[in-house]
Ligand binder design. Sequence first.
Ligand code: HEM
Length: 132
Amino acid sequence: MKPQEIQHVQHSFAGVFARKADLAERFYVHLFTRLPEARGMFRGNFVKQKAMLTAMIAACVRNLDNPQTLAELSARLAQDHAHLDLGARESEAAKRALIAALRDVLGPALDLETETTWANAISRVAGTMTRH
Ligand code: HEM
């Protein structure tokens, strides 16, 4: 990603951060619509889960220009999801769910350019969660 694309994603995330609880809520609504079987995988406290999701997204966004930290975050995500044996279908569903959640929260502020740069950023991280 080019530095200005990274800045674009970071700037757009700044507009979402104040509404991060909404973002997480919408992410799981979209994820479970696309992947109903995923609902049963969550065993823990879902309020805490939502906070961990947005904290992870925030850390990734903050470190898009820091390859080493981004690789560490990706490795942590891969480890946290390893027992689930997720594949390309699940990673695609996660990408689409996050874009759809951003659209719900940002509305028209999610223009085509912002959406494309987000999709690019998500692909860099989400692809590492899958085993096949
Ligand atoms: C944008 C993509 C995703 C991000 C950023 C993300 C992030 C996270 C984080 C931060 C955790 C908490 C790890 C911990 O306990 O410290 C987690 C747990 C989990 N994630 Fe994800 N996740 C993503 C996609 C998915 C997908 C696609 C699925 C399922 C199809 C999934 C299923 C789970 C499950 C089942 C847990 C464990 C929950 C529990 O133990 O109850 N995640 N995820």
